[in-house]
Design a protein. Sequence first.
Length: 559
Amino acid sequence: MIYFDSPVQETGNLTIVASKANYYTFSGNIAVVPTQGAFVICQNAQFEEFGDFLDNSIQSLDSVNVSVTLENIGMESTENEISAILSCDHEFVQIINNEISASPLEATASVTLENAFQIKLLAGIVEPTSIPFILTVNSGSSSWQSSFSLSVNAPEIEYVSYTMLVTSGDDQVLEPGESAELFFTYHNSGNGYSYELSTTAFSYDPYVSITGNDVIDSVNPDQYAVTSEPFILEVSASCPQQYSFQLETLIYDILGSNIMSSIQIPIGTVVEDFEDGLGNWTHASLSGGFVDEWHLETSRNHTEGGNYSVKCGGVGNSDYSNSNHSGLTSPAFVLPPAAYVTFYHWMDAETNSSTQAWDGGIIEISVNGGEFQQIEPVGGYPYTIMSNDESPFAPGTEVFSGNINWEEVELDLSAFSGTVQLRFVFGSDGYVTEEGWYIDDFAVHSYTSAENNTISEKDIVLEQNYPNPFNPQIFAGRNGNASTKIAFQLPQKSGVKLSIYNIRGQQVKTLVNEEKEKGKYFVSWDGKDEYNRPVASGVYFYKLQVDRFTSVKKMIVMK
């Protein structure tokens, strides 16, 4: 039992907190009502959307019915019939119908007024937003106020990536004088639905022009969406090689969501064989007391008909020094979509066993000006560093070491985007030395590029699928053939892989993965993934791989 020394002077909710040493603290609310007369409160408020955007998410552009439950917690009935008035000062709320009347309310009785008020939520509400309302109830000379709030959802659109299909030239590398189609991928990370998501794109760069626009009907919460209409990009023939430009995109919907994105897009292929010197490559010692021995070298070379490579070690064939910790850093370059890097290296470095080394080299990456971090090549590093106080590397660091005779290395950079630098880091302890590490024929590629390594691209044909766009449901209903056909032609017996990918670059299904004889082939796809589940509507890509040759085309699934 709790006694108050003085009476409570105001009605409403009173919070009671009781505490004592070594006991749990109690906190609770009690209603303070007058000892006589009526006292009407809003016990509950419910919201239900109506109108054009029925999606079980209350958000901008929704019309909302507000139902309230009124309860008389006083000792007597109300004097007369009651009227309830809804008010709100929020800038994005328009109250369409703000007043309703009801019969007198007996003591302890309650009444629910269905769809008592109507409100309109205007465009521009962001997430999270809680909108406060005041409900004033009048009866005769008495008046009571209650408050409640409405939690409103909103979409949060994020730019994810772009996909580029070069429509002229001999490969999927965008070069000066060529054109391409661009598609943009977005993600709705909010709890609201986005409607009529529009994209416009432009660039102030003098060497490029871009045209096109796109509207996506809707993007559900946590859904990825891709533009369906291509943006046409044209590059001037006077554009420099190994160039990049900035593309601006404005993305907005009718709910008031909008974002601006700046995208760096590369033009040309980054290639360095060091035949014209180091160019913009730099090198330096990475630790105090350690030497830097990177330099242009003629004693070993990989480039066909070339003379130069870059070496970390002594001049000519002489060994590297003890206490070497130095890095060879590439110029900054913009990654194409699904990027990978190749280079060739020759190495002679001190090892301890077939898996452990005293000296060696690693590769690091810096993304958008960030700190350098070690990355792993495709296939991994063959050695780990021994525990050694004289080594610049931590024990267990994975490295290249031992004897390597001009081996190609591939770095999968498809998980990165933006502007990057690569750094080749060599380290030695204070004891035995060997000849060193040579780097040559560095190149940046895209996994969507067509590369001519064993078969001429002109001899391989990947045709556009037909029909395209492709609706499995419609075609199944018309003629029972719920598939689209993909044709390709081989000039000779080759290993072939034909796969379907979604706009995020994820493999959806493998249609062919075997050796094929010379000839023309037709392959059908029924619009289902590896687990026989129908895929969603959108843009898809089919990729033909024949040895190291790759060709990619776009298809659209519409349902």
